[in-house]
Ligand binder design. Sequence first.
Ligand code: GDP
Length: 306
Amino acid sequence: MKIVALAGGVGGAKLADGLAQLLLPENLTIIVNTGDDFEHLGLYISPDLDTVCYTLGGLANTDTGWGRREETFHVLENLQKLGGPDWFRLGDRDLATHIERTRRIQEGQPLNQITRAFCRAWGIDYSILPMSDQSVRTMVETTEDGELAFQEYFVHRKCEPKVKGFHFAGIENAQPAPGVLEALEQADAVVICPSNPWVSIDPILAVAGLWSVLAAKPVVAVSPIIGGQAIKGPAAKMCIELGILPSALAVAHHYGKILSGFVLDRVDTNLAQNITIPTWITDTLMKNKDDRRRLAQGVLNLIEIL
Ligand code: GDP
């Protein structure tokens, strides 16, 4: 079975890792959000791509949920002393990724090619693709502070400003990265990982041509909202500010017609009666590698019965 997974950062990376434990590299492609990408300290940073790569490469820091394991912060500490910006935590090992990515971008290499080279260097056999090589920037529209670039909102302002909407700057010029449409066309099914629907998955779905290819495929999503709460990040807070009751049901409604199956947590069992497509109810919190594989297996089982 050939699967394409759509992923943002942490939640997406964990399920992608579960799928990778079950599928051969030729049967799994992971398409990753690049709407969170930004330039900082002159470096090109792709937080979601790096989280997915670090996770699949066994390099991720599972305690923090971001960055690399066995990380040190000597550069950041010294930057701090000199009065440099320290709101975005960049570790020493992680910095090497951004420095080399930036060098290659300045040389004219496209992001998908750079990502492929990095995956090879990290021993990752799976195909991890940026949604697009062109720049797309998620902009958060807030009630009091106007429009904020995503990392400004997410990290610098700690998701405090009240959200009233989003838009994806540059999306009209973004083409799917090489391999994205081909992987989707060849896929037997698409898995929408438990990532933030508004800011991690919507940018991917907004890339030209993706929606129509997806609409012709079985698509299964795993809810990132469990018992009305996000495990991490602002998904539930955003929901409330957008005037939506945060729940797995809201996620299912958000994806709407594109979904053929939905996976929700045991604590949300009562919501399943309001969902008209096939559902699978299970423990969806992935605390370790076994949880990731078990959830991924359930997703594949649901796809088989669709
Ligand atoms: P970010 O870019 O790092 O914020 O990552 P994502 O968009 O991929 O993930 C954020 C979402 O993942 C949040 O809404 C979390 O609730 C969800 N999430 C994180 N870990 C888990 C998990 O183990 N299970 C489920 N179901 N959702 C998770």
